[in-house]
Design a binder for this molecule. Structure first.
Ligand SMILES: Cc1cc2nc3c(=O)[nH]c(=O)nc-3n(C[C@H](O)[C@H](O)[C@H](O)COP(=O)(O)OP(=O)(O)OC[C@H]3O[C@@H](n4cnc5c(N)ncnc54)[C@H](O)[C@@H]3O)c2cc1C
Length: 425
C-alpha cells in the first residue's frame, strides 16, 4: 500500500506499548493508524529479551520476550495497522505534525489527528554517573551486552562485575553465566535491591552470584582493556567508607544503573514532564497536557512487568481513537493525584471526572523506602478513605498498583486532590 501522509493516529515506537496502542486504536474505530519505528523490525526491546517471564498477566502464559512481541505484531497486521520501519521520528509538534527521516524517503512530514508517544526508555551510561578511573574498552551498559549476546552473537568479555541491581543487570548476570562467563559480583549502592525479587532469586541466588548492597565502583582500572575495578562500601549518604576498598580483577564492567524515559521528542511537542518519573504528566487516558498527544509504556515511567505496558498501550490507543473522532471533549474538571507517605510518585497524575464512570482506573506507584512487613495502600480524598488494598510488603524495585472502581469515585470531589500513601498494616 502506498503511504499517504495523513493519519487518524500516529504511534511513535513499535515496542509492546506502541503495538498495543495501535491495535487498540484500530479496534476502537480509528481509520488509518501508523506505527513509526526507527529499527528495521517491530517489537522494541523485547526482541533482545530472550528469557521468559513475559505475558503472565495478559496471556496467563510464561513467554520469552520475542514470542510476546510476535503475538502483537501479528495482531497489528491483522487489524490493519500500517508500519513505517527504519524511520526515525525527529520532531512532534503540538498540531500533531510529525517530522521523520529514513534512507528510503529522506526527510518528510506526516500529519495525524492524534499521536501516541511510545518511545520506551534508555539506560544511563558511565558518563552520566561520573565513574572515575581510566577509559579502557570493556565498560558497557547491560542492555548493550544483552543485544550483543542475544541478537548479534558476541560475548563482550569473560569476567564481569555488574554495577546496579536493576532487572536488566541481574538477567544479564544469569545469561552471561549460562554462556560460560564468570560474574564476580553485582554491586548495589542502595541498601536494598532495586529490581524484582524474582530476578534476584532466579538470576543471582540460583547461580551463586553474590550481591553486595551499599557498595559501588570507586575506580575503573586498565589501559586498553578493563583489568580490574576498585569497589568500596558506602554509607547511607553514598559516601565511601574508608578502608573498605577492594580490587576485583575483571575484563568487563556492566552498568545497570537506572533507565531514563526517552522524552526528547515529547519535550519538543510541548509536553510537560514529571521531574521524578522523567516521563509525561498524564491523565487516566494517558493523555499528556497537549490535547491529542498521548503516551504509553516506559516513556511514561519505567514499568517492571511488560503486561502493564501493554495495558497502558490499550488505554492510550483507545483514547487516541476516541479523541481523533472528537469524542473526548476538552474537560478541565480533573482530580489531581498526589504522592503521599512513602510514595515516590504515582501515575496517572490526574483523573478526568467525565470519564470516571466508564470503568476502572489502575493507579501505579513506586515506594520511597522498603517496608518488609504487611502494608496498606490507601487512597484518600481529603480526609475520606476512598479505597485501600493490603500488600505483604512494599519494595522500591516492585511497582505497587491499586484499582479505583466506579463506586470509589462517589467519595471524590472535583478540585480536591486524591492522595496515595503506603502505611504499615
Ligand atoms: C536495554 C533494555 C533492556 C531491557 N531488558 C528487559 C528484560 O530483559 N526483561 C524485562 O522484563 N524488561 C526489560 N526491559 C524493559 C522493557 O523495556 C519493557 O518491559 C518494555 O519493552 C517497554 O515497552 P515500550 O513499548 O514502552 O518500549 P520499548 O520496547 O523500548 O519500545 C520503544 C520503541 O520505540 C522506538 N523508538 C524510540 N525513539 C524513536 C524515534 N524517535 N523514532 C522512531 N522509533 C523510536 C525504539 O526503537 C523501540 O522499538 C528492558 C529495557 C531496556 C531499555
Amino acid at each position: 500500500m502506498a503511504l499517504q501522509d495523513t493519519y487518524d493516529v500516529i504511534v511513535i515506537g513499535s515496542g509492546p506499548g506502541g503495538l498495543a496502542a495501535a491495535i487498540a486504536a484500530r479496534q476502537n474505530g480509528a481509520g488509518r493508524v501508523l506505527v513509526v519505528e526507527r529499527d528495521v523490525e517491530p517489537g522494541g526491546i523485547l526482541l533482545q529479551c530472550i528469557h521468559n517471564g513475559f505475558g503472565v498477566e495478559v496471556f496467563k502464559q510464561d513467554l520469552p520476550g520475542p514470542s510476546y512481541a510476535q503475538r502483537f505484531i501479528h495482531q497489528a497486521r491483522e487489524v490493519g495497522v500500517e508500519m513505517l520501519l527504519d524511520t526515525m521520528v525527529l520532531d512532534v509538534r503540538p498540531d500533531k505534525r510529525v517530522t521523520a527521516a529514513s534512507k528510503a524517503r529522506g526527510l518528510f512530514d506526516l500529519q495525524a489527528k492524534t499521536v501516541v508517544l511510545a518511545m520506551g526508555c534508555r539506560e544511563r551510561t558511565r558518563a552520566q554517573i561520573r565513574l572515575p578511573g581510566t577509559r579502557p574498552v570493556g565498560v558497557i551498559t547491560a542492555g548493550t551486552a544483552q543485544r550483543w549476546v542475544n541478537v548479534e552473537g558476541y560475548m563482550p568479555g569473560r569476567r564481569f562485575v555488574i554495577l546496579g541491581s536493576g532487572d536488566i543487570g541481574m538477567i544479564m548476570a544469569r545469561r552471561l553465566t549460562y554462556e560460560g562467563a564468570k560474574v564476580e559480583r553485582v554491586l548495589e549502592v542502595m541498601p536494598y535491591l532495586t529490581g524484582l525479587t524474582r530476578n534476584y532469586v532466579q538470576c543471582l541466588l540460583d547461580n551463586d552470584i553474590p550481591l553486595q548492597l551499599q557498595h559501588t565502583v570507586s575506580r575503573i582500572i586498565g589501559k586498553d582493556r578493563v583489568e580490574a575495578v576498585e569497589t568500596v562500601q558506602v554509607d547511607e549518604k553514598w559516601q565511601p567508607v574508608p578502608g573498605t576498598e577492594e580490587r576485583i580483577p575483571c575484563d568487563t564492567l556492566l552498568m545497570s544503573v537506572c533507565l531514563i524515559p526517552e522524552n526528547e521528542r515529547s519535550r519538543l511537542a510541548g509536553v510537560q514532564l514529571d521531574p521524578i518519573t522523567g516521563g509525561p504528566v498524564v491523565d487516566n487516558h494517558f493523555q499528556t497536557c497537549v490535547p491529542g498527544i498521548f503516551s504509553a509504556g516506559n516513556v511514561v515511567h519505567v514499568y517492571d512487568l511488560v503486561d502493564w505496558v501493554t495495558e497502558a498501550g490499550w488505554v492510550a490507543g483507545k483514547a487516541a481513537a476516541q479523541q481523533a473522532r472528537g469524542e473526548i471533549k476538552p474537560d478541565d474538571q480533573t482530580i489531581s493525584i498526589k504522592a503521599g507517605g512513602n510514595v515516590r510518585y504515582a501515575v496517572p497524575h490526574r483523573l478526568r471526572l467525565s470519564s470516571l464512570a466508564e470503568g476502572e482506573v489502575r493507579l501505579q506507584m513506586r515506594v520511597t523506602r522498603p517496608i518488609e512487613a504487611p502494608v496498606w495502600v490507601e487512597v484518600h480524598s481529603g480526609d475520606r478513605l476512598v479505597t485501600r488494598k493490603g500488600e505483604p510488603y512494599a519494595r522500591p524495585g516492585e511497582m505497587v498498583t491499586v484499582t479505583l472502581k466506579p463506586k470509589d469515585y462517589v467519595a471524590m470531589r472535583s478540585g480536591e486532590a486524591v492522595s496515595i500513601a503506603i502505611v504499615p498494616r
